[in-house]
Design a protein around this ligand. Structure first.
Ligand code: COA
Length: 157
């Protein structure tokens, strides 16, 4: 088991995770994933077990914030801490003081993901009406507290 940078070698596996994790409105194309894994490659990772990609995270960083663009774990591998481990690759930027905040958007109905983010210390800061392609609203969630991030991630080094 290992977390590795998202490179083009892993794109097929990332796309498999994508297809079973998102609906038609949210799913990213292989081309977009390829672009993101390259453009945001320094902060985007895959979780691999026995040569199989079980999850991925794409995070893009600017001067003082990190934006989690997407995170997903294969159904059969959920609730084993893989999502948390991937999330911590972004939270580490906050821990190390490389950014002042980490933020993301999530469907208001996506209670599994919202639970994960709240457990990690993210807070809802904004409701984004009609944010998704089918008209559903999203929450913007963010975390700015380094100590909370550190505490959550201490088991995922
Ligand atoms: C959200 C997602 C990435 C979580 O991945 P995961 O590997 O299952 O997450 P973890 O095992 O690290 O879960 C950590 C915590 O999140 C919460 N959580 C995650 N899934 C949950 C579920 N189905 N029901 C209740 N709580 C859940 C729990 O608090 C869990 O801790 P616990 O298992 O100790 O109770 C995964 O469900 C997924 O890929 N969903 C589809 C894609 C998606 O919606 N991505 C987010 C887009 S914003």
């Amino acid at each position: 088991m290992a977390i590795q940078r998202c490179t083009s070698d892993y794109l097929k596996g990332v796309y498999d995770v994508e297809l079973e994790s998102f609906n038609q409105y949210d799913v990213y194309s292989l081309e977009l994933l390829k672009f993101l894994c390259s453009f945001c490659g320094d902060y985007s990772y895959v979780f691999i077990d026995n040569n199989e990609i079980l999850g991925y995270i794409i995070t893009c960083k600017d001067d003082d914030s990190a934006h989690i663009i997407s995170i997903a774990v294969k159904r059969k591998a959920r609730r084993r801490g893989i999502g948390s481990a991937l999330l911590c690759t972004a939270l580490r930027l906050l821990e190390r003081g490389e950014v002042k905040k980490v933020y993301l958007e999530v469907r208001v109905s996506n209670s599994d993901a919202i639970r994960l983010y709240e457990k990690a210390g993210f807070k809802i800061v904004e409701t984004l009406e009609g944010y998704y392609g089918d008209g559903e609203a999203g929450y913007r969630m963010e975390i700015t507290d380094r100590k909370i991030a550190k505490e959550f991630c201490k088991n995922y080094k």
